[in-house]
Design a protein around this ligand. Sequence first.
Ligand code: DX5
Ligand code: ZN
Length: 220
Amino acid sequence: MPQRPLIAPSILASDFARLGEEARAVEAAGADWLHVDVMDGHFVPNLTIGPEVVKALRPLVSIPFDVHLMISPADPFLEAFRAAGADLISVHPEAGPHLNRTLKRIRELGAKAGVVFNPSTPPEVIEWMMDEVDLILVMSINPGFGGQSFMTSQLAKIERLRGMIDASGRDIPLEVDGGVTPQTARQCVDAGATVLVAGTAVFRGGPAAYADNIRALRGG
Ligand code: DX5
Ligand code: ZN
């Protein structure tokens, strides 16, 4: 019987004119982590937010900040995001030449180190790094934009990574990001996911709906 997943709302889908209130509202509605999508207009075709925004939001909520870096290179910005209050920092292997060095640096800074899998990135990328990864994030869309449809092709990858985590004996959260709805959430959890990112499915309907939206993603 799979456990109930943690829910990490992506503030990308929130009302940016009221960002602080939105962060507080999802925390009050039961969010477990706050997912922050950082894009550079180079690694992905969109621009979003930087460390100053993380710093401004950090004092407003107490749940962990799950910072998803879609930037290349990532290394020059790790320290700034950590100093701003990032608790988990995830990078794409394609963003820099030395994934292992980047993961070590994130840990040295005192944050949890995550690896993000694009839809085309094979699970084997972390085969020799299972002791050095604190979070695994599977993209079920191509990164860059919210509101895209879930790619069911990624369910088999989630299952494969679940097996790798179990074989490692380490309790590594397995997170899914992109097109997560109550329906696809169920598929992800059945495949072995333990954390679900959701933008559209959390923020639709405005603040009065957040608690129900989060509950629906957890499976009721
Ligand atoms: C996309 C981001 C996602 C995105 C998810 O690059 O990594 O976190 O905000 O949005 P939804 O849940 O709307 O697919
Ligand atoms: Zn994300």
